[in-house]
Design a protein around this ligand. Structure first.
Ligand code: MG
Length: 146
């Protein structure tokens, strides 16, 4: 089964870094447009282990499916660097950067947003990361039995 995994606030802690950057410089309008913003993001708790478990499972075929911050051209490269640094080349080869998540065929999409990047039109099952049902990686792994 093909599983797509979102990056921001699913694999990496986007919101925490966003709020920290705003606290340091309240005048900044787009903290995510700063050089090295994406490479410096911290992994979410349990995310690295969950990807490893999905890769090791013979039932799942995991891919990363992330929408770019289009106003920051560096974000495309920085997302690739982050995946290489934290997850390795096997996941770099499984990195998909796409603004319309409904275009990809698969069984599951793990995403903290249910709309905005056409998540609602994804043909498989959307696991709403951070919701009451799937609050964290432990809950997602329990559901997928991995
Ligand atoms: Mg996200």
């Amino acid at each position: 089964m093909i599983v797509y995994i979102d990056m921001d606030d699913v694999l990496c802690n986007f919101t925490e870094a966003f709020n920290q950057a705003l606290a340091l410089n309240p005048a900044i309008r787009f903290p995510q447009s700063q050089y090295r913003f994406f490479t410096a993001l911290a992994p979410k708790e349990g995310a690295i282990e969950a990807v490893s478990a999905l890769l090791a499972s013979d039932r799942y075929d995991p891919y990363i499916l992330t929408a770019p911050s289009v106003k920051n051209p560096l974000c495309y490269t920085e997302k690739r660097v982050w995946v290489g640094d934290h997850l390795g080349m096997e996941m770099v080869e499984r990195l998909i950067i796409c603004r319309n998540k409904s275009l990809l065929k698969g069984d599951y999409l793990i995403d903290d947003n249910v709309t905005g990047r056409r998540q609602e039109a994804f043909e498989g099952q959307l696991l709403h990361f951070g919701s009451a049902e799937y609050p964290d990686w432990r809950a997602v792994r329990d559901y997928l039995s991995v």
